[in-house]
Design a protein around this ligand. Structure first.
Ligand code: GDP
Length: 618
């Protein structure tokens, strides 16, 4: 059997624009599913958090063997692209595996800002995208408008003439077809996805590594995961040579240092939605390997005589750390079943094994772990995942990781790319300067939007995203990428307001909260469980204030029911996990359980709190 042709592509799409549906149809029509095989599992399906946050967190490869009539058999590997901020470096590595990309756009919604970042990286790499206008079966589709915006976006992102001259298909992933014009979309019967397959084969060059088939084996590790049976699994593209199961291999770091020698115990190729064991593989293909325990993403796995590593984008270093400890609040253990430090430790270590960007360190306190990551979003995603798995934990304020060299302190600086409607540029620049960010570039990015480029200390960005969304009426998009270590940029003003702290344990009453409203903004509603030392709101003034949220109104003859039916409370300000993490101060914690996110003082007892405060000053 002749070796099939090979094409590696990335798919760039905003959440809900139909990526999963389209790839699923491609699998069906490409013949990936046998007649009797059900495919309950959907390709590239987003996890609930990806959906809620509107970003792709995990890159997931899929592979189709297309056998179109009159065409040689072709294997098409499709990789999903992570679309956000804290995952910047990953985008570059993922794109380094492919030779083409599909920009999938919902024809009624048009191109969304979240896809811009990945698209700009793809264009910078010289990839020539294909544009698929999806969901054109819908009456609300406006393909002409969408196309116009896409073209403008390409120009704004600095596309070359060749890139801006992109091929276009009109598709309905749901109905399983793609055609070259809207006339065909409205007319022709018997439509299918053959035009899409044909375009991929025609427009995407074959992988460059194919030329290096006869050189020494080398693969660039791009995605890390761990498998209960295989242990550490590294996915990447074979950049040169061939490899067989059992071959001796070594791992080289980016600087050429040898990290490990061993044997390839397992070689897995992507087939449809699954990874299947294969005996051998060659340059150009995207495969997963097992057998080594040390190497990670951005390292090279190669033949014993390989001299130099494959150049790659380094892993963004962790910039922020939080302390994750057991939940020891009076309400602990009510909502979650994973509460002991042993279980928390195991879960965190498992995460570090399969998530390159997360580092876990034990601390002197055996019930507390330091978890470092690339940003609050990433740490937030991890804690949110754990919460949904039934964990209860307490989280400290994120602290920026600094480096000290020759007595000088260096802090992480990030490149922040912001796209906003023109009218919001002023407020964004103002807020960013307060956070010690420096404006590097400002230019129109098409469609009444402006692109701002800043260099900002990670420290200053903690908690800014929520504010940014409010300031830009939800229309702004921010992408962050580690840039450099630089001299400590000096003080950034922190929280200006104090906490309203409960001085008792029980259930909050509407009457008490109503009385407290003049003090500041509440985080809780009435009828909620509270405890001494729990933060129930934000004081309008700078200092902390102990208050009583339990006091009921004295019962009178007139209203004996004791119900506060006449009281209208202002709805509480509910902080999300990331907002809570950014809000708290050094001496405060976020209590995270499957049922609630609460804020609290680290020391619940007011006397202990005073003692600790005195000790930290003295
Ligand atoms: P993803 O988040 O990009 O993977 O999007 P999905 O594939 O999950 O699709 C999101 C929603 O759009 C689902 O409700 C789909 O049924 C719907 N959808 C996807 N493709 C099409 C299409 O071609 N036409 C129409 N009308 N709806 C579609």
């Amino acid at each position: 059997m002749p070796t099939p042709l090979l094409r590696n592509i990335a798919i760039i799409a905003h959440v809900d624009h139909g990526k999963t549906t389209l790839v699923d149809q491609m699998l069906v029509q490409g013949g990936a599913f046998r007649e009797n095989e059900s495919h309950a599992e959907r390709a590239m399906d987003s996890n609930p958090q990806e959906r809620e946050r509107g970003i792709t967190i995990l890159a997931k490869p899929t592979s189709i063997l297309w056998t179109g009539e009159g065409h040689p058999e072709t294997r098409i590997n499709i990789v999903d692209t992570p679309g956000h901020a804290d995952f910047g470096g990953e985008v570059e590595r993922i794109l380094s595996m492919v030779d083409g990309c599909v920009l999938l756009v919902d024809a009624s919604e048009g191109v969304m800002p979240q896809t811009k970042f990945v698209l700009s990286k793809a264009l910078a790499r010289g990839l020539r995208p294909m544009v698929v206008l999806n969901k054109v079966d819908r009456p609300s589709a406006e393909p002409a408008q969408a196309l116009n915006d896409i073209f403008e976006l390409f120009l704004a992102l600095g596309a070359s003439d060749d890139q801006a001259d992109f091929p276009i298909l009109y598709a309905s992933g749901k109905e399983g077809w793609a055609v070259a014009s809207m006339d065909e979309a409205r007319g022709a019967a018997n439509k299918n996805l053959q035009p899409l397959f044909e375009l991929i084969v025609r427009h995407v060059p074959e992988p460059e590594p194919l030329k290096r088939r006869d050189e020494a084996f080398a693969l660039l590790a791009t995605i890390l995961d761990s498998d209960p049976f295989l242990g550490r699994v590294l996915t990447g593209r074979i950049e040169s040579g061939r490899v067989k199961v059992g071959d001796p291999v070594k791992a080289l770091a980016r600087d050429g240092r040898e990290i490990e020698r061993g044997r390839l115990t397992k070689l897995l190729a992507y087939r449809g939605l699954k990874r299947v064991p294969v005996d051998s593989a060659e340059a150009g293909d995207i495969v997963a390997i097992a057998g080594l325990v040390e190497p990670t993403v951005a390292d090279t796995i190669g033949a014993m005589d390989l001299a130099t590593p494959i150049p790659s984008t380094p892993i963004d270093p962790p910039t922020l750390a939080i302390t994750v400890s057991i939940n020891d609040s009076p309400l602990a253990g009510r909502a979650g079943d994973k509460v002991q430090s042993r279980v928390i430790r195991a879960r965190l270590l498992q995460e570090a094994e399969s998530n390159v960007a997360i580092r876990v360190r034990e601390t002197e306190n055996r019930d507390a772990f330091e978890v470092a990551g690339r940003g609050e979003l990433q740490l937030g995603v991890l804690i949110e995942t754990m919460r949904r798995e039934g964990f209860e934990v307490s989280i400290s304020r994120p602290k920026v990781l600094t480096r000290t060299e020759n007595g000088q302190v260096f802090e992480p600086i990030e490149e922040v790319v912001i796209d906003v409607d023109d009218e919001y540029t002023g407020v964004v620049i103002e807020k960013m300067s307060l956070r010690k960010a420096e404006l590097q570039d400002m230019r129109p990015s098409g469609g009444g939007k402006t692109r701002l480029l800043f260099h900002a200390p990670s420290r200053g960005l903690v908690g800014y995203h929520g504010e940014f969304l409010t300031d830009t009426r939800g229309s702004g998009v921010m992408n962050r990428l580690f840039h450099e270590w630089s001299n400590w940029r000096g003080d950034i003003p922190g929280r200006l307001r104090g906490a309203l702290i409960s001085n008792d344990k029980g259930q909050s009453t509407a009457y008490a909260l109503w009385n407290l409203e003049e003090r500041g903004q509440m985080f809780i509603a009435d009828g909620e469980d509270v405890y001494e030392g729990m933060i129930i709101g934000e004081n309008a003034r700078g200092e902390d204030l102990d208050v009583n949220p339990l006091k009921g109104k004295k019962l009178t003859n007139v209203r004996a029911s004791g119900k506060d039916e006449t009281i209208r409370l202002t709805p509480p300000r509910r902080l999300t996990l990331e907002q809570a993490m950014a809000w708290i101060d050094e001496d405060e914690l976020v209590e995270v359980t499957p049922a609630a996110i609460r804020l609290r003082k680290a020391y619940l007892d007011p006397n202990e709190r005073k003692r600790a405060a005195r000790a930290s000053v003295g």
